[in-house]
Design a protein around this ligand. Structure first.
Ligand code: C5P
Length: 395
């Protein structure tokens, strides 16, 4: 279990620090906390100790006659130090190598990785002195998560760049920095979500795919060092950081986005639930609902994966198959017809792992017909497991 030291600086975003601890723990990290003196004006020692399950490292604890050398102990314990929120003063002390408070002493003592999550007013963030400190820290290998743009603390302040990332985004950054880069140098294209095939400007044929499986795959590949492009149909999911996201609507638009990039990638995982049919014609205006019946003529959409399979070369291709019956036989037939290296079968009618769920169950089938059933797990866990399999095929 990787060990994360969360240092909480003295900004208004410190009110979110207990939630950052919770998200880090949910992501599977052991977490300890450090709070600067000013952080404790915004959040409390009791809250941080309760959610982390450990005493909080404070200025008072540092100078208590306990016989422990707290800054050295913490620097040796942590695999990664996340400073969230980080104030301009925290950045300045670290950049200057001042070991005058516990946080800057821990950094000077040498933590293996430092990730800063700055939070300050946009004018302060843009200040040349602050930016010079950021550059100095970056040149020493420190990483930055954010800041984001959005509303600011302080009544009447105009929105701008300087907001701390949200707790779940911070946990995602920490995970990225602590993941072994076994896909370094690989270029990966993932598709996700449904497509929409319009009848007119406001009506379409689609399916309930949420995009969660494809997004989990894109994030997992990114964390493992791949350069990732995510081509996604309409979903409510936000763009993952560090991933090129291409948002499309129709199967034809998805095909174009995928085909345009195919020559540059080593691996394609088609997790999108591409519509198989589209209305033969798309009306330019919304049609009035006249009459009691209406016949709709449908035509096939392009089979993107079959087209990629025909031009595969040395690339690895992974497909998904959604079946309500005769799953393995039909999935193996698809794998062969589309020239795939693996196909993952899932069952959308299973209530526990239906469309939109955070968990899934996969049956993974190889060209030889060898089949493995992976029990219910989070989509992220399944994504990593699938990438483990793909890595062996790619070597
Ligand atoms: O043929 P079927 O739709 O069941 O195959 C599923 C796989 O093929 C999925 O990986 C899906 O993303 C892909 N597919 C595609 N183009 C289509 C339909 C499906 O690439 N028009």
């Amino acid at each position: 279990m990787a060990r994360v030291l969360l240092a909480v600086g003295g900004g208004a975003a410190a009110i979110k620090a207990p939630l950052v601890v919770r998200r880090l723990r949910e992501a599977g990290f052991a977490v300890r906390t450090l709070a600067t003196e000013r952080a404790l004006a915004f959040t409390t020692e009791l809250a941080l100790a309760t959610v982390s399950g450990h005493p909080v490292a404070t200025e008072a604890a540092w100078f208590s006659p306990s016989g422990r050398v707290l800054h050295l102990e913490l620097a040796r314990w942590a695999d990664l130090l996340l400073v969230a929120p980080a104030t301009a003063a925290d950045l300045a002390r670290a950049a200057a190598g001042l070991a005058e408070d516990l946080l800057s002493a821990v950094i000077t003592a040498g933590v293996p990785r430092v990730v800063w999550a700055p939070a300050m007013n946009p004018g302060m963030w843009a200040d040349p002195a602050v930016q010079a400190n950021v550059d100095r820290l970056r040149s020493r290998g420190h990483a930055f998560a954010g800041p984001a743009s959005g509303p600011m603390a302080g009544v009447g302040e105009t929105p701008g760049t300087g907001r701390m990332l949200e707790p779940d985004e911070l946990a995602e950054h920490v995970r990225y920095h602590l993941t072994t880069k076994d896909f370094a140098g690989k270029r990966v294209l993932v598709t996700a979500g449904p497509t929409r095939e319009h009848l007119d400007p406001v009506r379409f044929l689609s399916n309930p795919s949420s995009g969660k499986m494809g997004f989990a795959l894109a994030r997992a590949a990114r964390d493992r060092g791949a350069r990732v492009t995510l081509v996604t149909g309409p979903t409510v999911l936000p763009d993952p950081f560090g991933v090129e996201v291409v948002r499309v609507e129709s199967a034809e638009a998805m095909r174009q986005a995928v085909v345009d990039r195919f020559s540059e990638v080593d691996l394609v995982i088609m997790a999108a639930a591409v519509a198989d049919w589209r209305p033969a014609e798309r009306k330019a205006e919304k049609e009035a609902k006249l009459g009691e019946e209406k016949l709709l003529r449908l035509v096939r959409t392009p089979d993107i994966l079959a087209e990629l399979g025909a031009a595969k070369g040395s690339r690895v291709l992974v497909g998904f198959a959604m079946e309500t019956h005769a799953g393995p036989e039909r999935a193996l037939e698809k794998l062969k017809r589309k020239n795939l290296d693996l196909i993952c079968l899932n069952y959308p009618t299973d209530p526990e792992t239906a469309f939109g769920a955070d968990e899934n169950r996969l049956v993974v089938i190889e060209p030889s017909g060898r089949t493995e059933a992976w029990g219910k797990a989070s989509k992220r866990e399944l994504a990593d497991r699938l990438l483990d399999r793909v890595r062996h095929i790619m070597q």
